[in-house]
Design a protein around this ligand. Structure first.
Ligand SMILES: Cc1ncc(COP(=O)(O)O)c(C=O)c1O
Length: 372
């Protein structure tokens, strides 16, 4: 039996240790330390944005982005049902209403063709979320935003280092966000970033993440903010991780392509798409969707893989099937069949940066044995 192969293990093999030692040697461990500014600048550069505002995770980056965009009661925001709850909760907490579109069968991204029919007088923004490594088809969304004067909030948490027609993901939103959780292409343990080219929005985000302290009189507040600051220790790791980004993306592609080659004979399992017209997959995760109803369901297969020392994670569960939102009276009787199908039949297999080719082959052999 192989040793346990975790679904994700990060790799910290650059200057992380050196920069962390610097934090300890200098005593700079809070958010006031120099690595925070450096990380914001260096990261913003990777996505061609003028401003980067670091925060303590991707979920709060969404809260800040929604709040800074002025979204509030009476507003609607169109978003995919197939995503993490942080997207919808940021909208709901702001007092606005999320309006959902289904996922595409092939890419698992939001179905762009469903957006226009959901636009009403109350629609304020489209929240775009790039899922699992392939970007959303942005051009039609940019056209809709222009036509209906809508704001774009772009969640690029899963596509650090990805491009859409050669332009970085995270450069399309009026405001865009990232997460630096350890399964992301840049990690700081926990962490996140809001990026924008709009100076006013950037100032607003900075204020919101820091309790809305005022420069003139620090402890007098016009508005309520949060303490969502990133520490110098986390940012130090982030700076080292940015230095590695090109290698990271190269390796993630290698991992994805090795799995695709190993598993391409499987006819009853949908694998990630290698590319679209506008991007090549960077395989943030390597998802598989079971297509044959005669096979055991995804939870049983995941259990079975666990007994063989293979870690897995289920796919997201759609927003329109979340009890917490039903209790609020949201999404009653909504149906989004593609999202429902991939949520029930999808899971992802080990593909963290620390995985070896040998481990990829081991996982592949076990899947081939199971499904061939
Ligand atoms: C698309 C997306 N947005 C936001 C988040 C939230 O990020 P965090 O876990 O840093 O709060 C995640 C987390 O995986 C995500 O996948």
């Amino acid at each position: 039996m192989t040793d346990f192969i975790p679904v994700n293990e990060p790799l910290l093999i650059g200057n992380e240790k050196k920069y962390l030692e610097e934090c300890i040697d200098t005593g700079w461990i809070s958010s006031e330390g120099p690595f925070v500014k450096k990380f914001e600048t260096e990261f913003a550069k990777t996505v061609n944005r003028k401003y980067g505002i670091s925060v303590c995770n991707g979920s709060v980056a969404l809260e800040v982005a929604v709040a800074a965009s002025g979204i509030g009661p009476g507003d609607e925001v169109i978003m995919p049902t197939f995503t993490i709850i942080s997207c919808a909760s940021a909208i709901v907490r702001a007092g606005a209403v999320p309006v959902l579109v289904d996922a595409e069968k092939e890419t698992w991204n939001m179905n762009v063709e469903q957006i226009e029919e959901k636009i009403t007088k109350r629609t304020k923004a489209i929240m775009v979320v790039h899922i699992y490594g392939l970007p959303v088809d942005m051009n039609p969304i940019l056209q809709l935003a222009e036509k209906y004067n809508l704001f774009i909030i772009e969640d690029a948490a899963e596509v650090i280092g990805q491009t859409y027609f050669d332009k970085p993901c995270g450069s399309f939103g009026d405001i865009s966000i990232f997460s630096f959780y350890p399964n992301k292409h840049i990690t700081t343990g926990e962490g996140g970033m809001v990026v924008t080219d709009n100076e006013k929005l950037a100032e607003k985000c900075k204020s919101l993440r820091n309790l809305c302290f005022q420069p003139q009189q620090r402890f007098l507040h016009d508005e309520l903010g949060w303490n969502f600051r990133l520490s110098n220790i986390q940012a130090a790791i982030g700076v080292a991780q940015v230095e590695q980004l090109d290698n990271t993306i190269f390796r993630k592609r290698e991992i994805g392509i090795r799995y695709l080659n190993n598993l391409n004979s499987l006819s009853n399992v949908q694998l990630p798409q290698l590319k679209t017209d506008y991007a090549e997959n960077i395989f943030w995760v390597f998802g598989v969707v079971l297509c044959d109803v005669n096979y055991p369901d995804a939870p049983s297969v995941m259990e079975l893989l666990k007994t063989k020392n293979i870690g897995t994670r289920p796919f997201f569960w759609p927003m329109h099937e979340q009890p917490v939102f039903h209790k609020m009276g949201l999404f009653q009787n909504e149906s989004h069949p593609n999202a429902e199908n991939i949520a029930r039949n999808g899971f992802y297999i080990p593909s963290g940066l620390a995985i070896t080719d040998e481990q990829i082959d081991t996982v592949s052999d076990i899947l081939l044995e199971l499904f061939d």
